[in-house]
Design a protein around this ligand. Structure first.
Ligand code: ATP
Length: 680
C-alpha cells in the first residue's frame, strides 16, 4: 500500500516535468538542450537539409499563401526535405566510466565422451549417430552421473552450454531402464516445465495418455485445475528448466501449486532445477522443490582450479552458498558491445547498423529485440519498405545501388503458433537475415545474460549490441558490477556506413570532393534516410496512426522498469519529441501527454507489483504474450497466418488499450539488442 502511494507522488512530479517536455517538443526545444548541442564530431557542420528546414521553420509566421508560394519556389529549385534537424539539440553522449572487470568464464567442452558414462548402448548410439555429438560439455559431464545416481540436483551453467541433454539423457536412460515397458496409459512419468500449445488439443492428448509432459508452469496449473484426467501417481521426475526465467515472469506461485499437486499423489520423485543464473529467487525455488540436492555450478568448478568437487563437497555446500554474489558467466566467444545513441538518431543508426552488417559485410544473421508486438510489426514494415529499396521506385532519377538483399522476418506473440514455427525454421535455415522479435527486455542483468545468450551458443562466436540512450548510460556500470564487460561502439562509426549506400546521397554541388568519411556528408545522408522514414510514415493518416501506436506501446513498456532501475530508465528523462522521431514522426503527437499520463497511471507498477495486482499468473501470462507465456488462448485476436497487412489499416490493436496499457514486463525499446548468430 505504502509503495503505491509513493509511486503516485512520484507520478505527480513526473507529470509536470512531462508536460513541460511535451510543450517544448511542440515549440522550441528545452533551454538546456539549446545550450548543449552534441554529437560533437558533427557539431560544426549544418547540413543542407537542416539549413532548408531552418528556413522553413522561420517561415512559420508568414501568411499562409506566401508560405506556400515560397515553398513552391524552393521546391522548384531543389528537393524539399521536411526532416527537422537530426543532429541539433541532442543530449551529450557521456563518457562511459567503469572499472574493467574480469568476466566469469566457463569452459563449454570437455574431452570426455558419452561412452564413458554408464548409459544404455542404444542411447549412446543415438547420441553419436542421430545428434552427431561425441564429447560431453562441462555441464553434461558434471550433471549426468549425479542424475543417474537418482539424486536431486541444482544445476547452474551458462546459456547455450548443453543443459537440455544434461537432464534429457538421464531421463531417457531411466525410462529405458524401467522393468515393465512403459505404456501410454501409464500416464505421466516425467514432467518438464516449459512451453506449451493449444489447451484443447492438450486435454485430448492427456486423456489418451502421455508419459513425458513439457509445459509452462501457467499451463500446467491450468490443467491441474481444469483437466480431470491429469494425475501424478507415477510421476518420477520433475525438471524445472530455465528456473530464473520462470521466476522473472512471476511463475513462482504456480510452481508451488504444481509441487503441492505432485506431493499430494506421490512423495518420492527425482527433481532437477536448471538455470543460467543463480539468483536469490532460484535458490529459494531450489529450497522448496529439491530434496537434499547436489549443487553443480560450472563457473565454481573452474574457479576451484578446474578440479571437479566430489559429490560430498557439493552436498556440503547448500544451494544458498552459490548466491554470495550475482556474477554471471558469459560465453567466451561472445563479444558484447554497447552504443550510446540519442533518441532522435536511433532509427537511422539502427538502419545504418543493419545495412553495414547485413548488406555490406554480408553473411550476418541478426536478431533485433523490441519491447512489444506493435513495435516489431512497425519496424518490420518500415525497415522493409525503406531499406529494401521498395520506396526507390517512387523516386525516379535517383541513383541507387542495387536493392539490398536484406531479408527481414518477424516473430512475436501476436502471431499464430504455426506461423511462428515457420518463421523460426526459416531463420534457422537461412544464411543471412534479420529477425525482429519480442522478448522480455533485459531489465535485470540476469535477463540481459539470457538475451545475449541466444548467440555464441555451444562454443561458437557471436556478438551482441546494446543500444542505450545517453540518459541510460549508467546501465553499463550496473552490468560491470555483475562482472559483465561491454565495449563501446561509436554511433558516428555506424552512421558512416551510409557512405557506402548512394541511395542516401544528397545531390548537390560540392565545393570540394569528399575524401573518406566526411562527417558532414554522413550527417546529410543520415538526414536523407530519416526523411525517407518520415515521408513514408507521413504518407497517409493510417501510417501516422500506426507510428503513434507503436510509440505509445514503447512508452508504456518504458514505464514498467523495476523500481531499482528507475534512476536509469525513467520516462521523465525521455524527450518525447525526440523519441517520436525514432518512430518516423515529425513531432510528438499532440495528445501524447494525456496518453502517457494514462499509461503511467495504469502501468507504473514494476513487474512484481503487477503480478499481485493481476488475477493470478494466468492473467499475466495472457498479457505478456511472449515466447515464455503459457500460450493460452486469450481472446485477443492473433495475427492470422499469411494475412497481408497494410500499415494504414493494421489490425494489430484490436484491443489497443489492453495491449498498450498492461504490458507489464516489456521494458524498453531503446535497448535494441542485436546478436549476430554464430554459424553452426
Ligand atoms: N555435447 C554436445 N556437443 C555438441 N553440441 C551440443 C552438445 N550438447 C548440446 N549441444 C547443442 O548445443 C546447443 C545448446 O544446447 P542447450 O539448448 O541445451 O543449451 P542450454 O544450456 O540449455 O542453453 P539456455 O540456457 O540458453 O537454454 C543445442 O543446439 C544442442 O544440440
Amino acid at each position: 500500500m505504502n509503495s503505491c502511494y509513493l509511486v503516485c507522488l512520484l507520478m505527480l512530479k513526473q507529470s509536470n516535468a512531462l508536460k513541460r517536455k511535451l510543450q517544448s517538443s511542440h515549440g522550441n526545444p528545452p533551454l538546456k538542450r539549446k545550450r548543449k548541442p552534441s554529437v560533437n564530431t558533427f557539431k560544426k557542420c549544418a547540413t543542407e537539409a537542416e539549413v532548408r528546414e531552418k528556413g522553413s521553420s522561420s517561415q512559420k509566421y508568414l501568411p499562409k499563401k506566401q508560405l506556400t508560394d515560397n515553398r513552391n519556389e524552393s521546391q522548384k529549385s531543389k528537393p524539399f526535405i521536411k526532416t527537422s534537424s537530426l543532429f541539433r539539440n541532442n543530449p551529450d553522449i557521456p563518457e562511459i566510466h567503469r572499472k574493467a572487470v574480469q568476466q566469469v568464464q566457463e569452459d563449454v567442452f570437455t574431452t570426455d565422451s558419452f561412452n564413458q558414462l554408464d548409459l544404455h548402448p542404444h542411447l549412446i548410439s543415438t547420441i553419436n549417430t542421430v545428434l552427431k555429438i561425441s564429447s560431453m560439455t562441462s555441464v553434461q559431464k558434471q550433471t549426468i552421473p549425479v542424475l543417474l545416481q537418482g539424486k536431486d540436483a541444482l544445476v547452474r551453467s551458462q546459456t547455450g552450454s548443453g543443459k537440455t541433454l544434461a537432464y534429457g539423457i538421464p531421463l531417457v536412460q531411466s525410462l529405458q531402464g524401467m522393468e515393465s515397458k512403459i505404456q501410454k496409459h501409464d500416464s505421466l512419468i516425467g514432467l518438464l516445465l516449459m512451453g506449451g500449445e493449444k489447451r484443447k488439443s492438450e486435454k485430448a492428448r492427456l486423456r489418451k495418455g502421455i508419459n513425458i509432459l513439457i509445459s509452462t508452469p501457467g499451463r500446467l496449473v491450468d490443467h491441474i485445475k481444469s483437466t480431470e484426467c491429469i494425475h501424478f501417481r507415477r510421476t518420477q521426475w520433475l525438471i524445472i528448466d530455465e528456473a530464473d526465467r520462470i521466476l522473472d515472469l512471476g511463475f513462482e506461485k504456480d510452481v508451488a501449486v504444481i509441487l503441492n499437486a505432485l506431493n499430494a499423489e506421490r512423495d518420492t520423485r527425482q527433481n532437477v532445477l536448471l538455470s543460467a543464473t543463480l539468483t536469490e529467487g532460484v535458490t529459494r525455488l531450489a529450497d522448496i522443490s529439491l530434496n537434499d540436492p547436489i549443487s553443480i555450478s560450472i563457473a565454481d568448478e573452474i574457479q576451484k582450479g578446474l578440479k571437479p568437487a566430489s559429490h560430498t563437497d557439493r552436498q556440503a555446500s547448500s544451494s544458498s552458498d552459490c548466491m554470495k554474489q550475482e556474477n554471471f558467466a558469459v560465453p567466451e566467444k561472445l563479444k558484447q558491445y554497447v552504443m550510446m545513441v540519442p533518441s532522435k538518431l536511433r532509427l537511422v543508426t539502427l538502419a545504418a547498423f543493419i545495412l553495414e552488417k547485413c548488406k555490406f559485410e554480408k553473411h550476418h544473421k541478426m536478431i533485433i529485440f523490441f519491447s512489444s508486438c506493435e513495435q516489431v510489426e512497425f519496424h518490420y514494415e518500415l525497415l522493409l519498405k525503406v531499406l529494401t529499396g521498395g520506396l526507390e521506385s517512387q523516386q525516379p532519377g535517383r541513383s541507387s545501388v542495387s536493392p539490398a538483399r536484406l531479408q527481414f522476418l518477424r516473430l512475436h506473440g501476436n502471431m499464430e503458433q504455426e506461423e511462428r514455427t515457420e518463421v523460426f525454421q526459416e531463420f534457422l535455415k537461412s544464411k543471412t537475415g534479420i529477425l525482429l522479435c519480442t522478448y522480455n527486455a533485459p531489465a535485470s542483468p540476469a535477463e540481459y545474460i539470457h538475451r545475449i545468450g541466444r548467440t555464441a551458443r555451444i562454443g561458437c562466436h557471436g556478438n551482441s549490441l546494446l543500444v542505450l540512450a545517453p540518459s541510460e548510460a549508467e546501465y553499463v556500470s550496473l552490468l560491470a558490477s555483475h562482472k559483465i564487460n561491454v565495449s563501446e561502439i561509436k554511433m558516428e562509426k555506424v552512421l558512416s556506413s551510409l557512405m557506402k549506400d548512394d541511395r542516401f546521397k544528397l545531390h548537390r554541388p560540392r565545393s570540394k570532393k569528399s575524401c573518406g568519411t566526411d562527417p558532414q556528408e554522413v550527417r546529410e545522408r543520415a538526414t536523407v534516410l530519416q526523411t525517407k522514414f518520415e515521408n513514408y510514415i507521413h504518407s497517409s493518416e493510417g501510417t501516422v496512426r500506426w507510428a503513434k501506436k507503436a510509440l505509445q506501446s514503447f512508452l508504456c513498456a518504458y514505464t514498467t522498469y523495476p523500481r531499482n532501475l528507475k534512476h536509469i530508465f525513467h520516462i521523465k528523462s525521455l524527450h518525447l519529441g525526440h523519441v517520436a522521431k525514432s518512430f518516423g514522426l515529425r513531432d510528438a503527437p499532440q495528445n501524447l501527454t494525456e496518453a502517457v499520463l494514462l499509461l503511467m497511471r495504469k502501468c507504473h507498477f514494476p513487474r512484481s507489483d503487477l503480478l499481485k495486482k493481476t488475477h493470478g499468473k494466468h492473467r499475466l501470462a495472457e498479457i505478456l504474450r511472449s515466447e515464455y507465456s503459457s500460450g493460452m488462448d486469450t481472446g485477443v485476436s492473433k495475427v492470422k497466418k499469411k494475412k497481408q497487412r497494410k500499415p494504414g489499416n493494421h489490425n494489430l490493436q484490436t484491443s489497443p488499450c489492453l495491449q498498450h496499457i498492461v504490458i507489464p514486463n516489456y521494458i524498453t525499446q531503446s535497448m535494441y539488442e542485436m546478436s549476430h548468430l554464430s554459424e553452426h
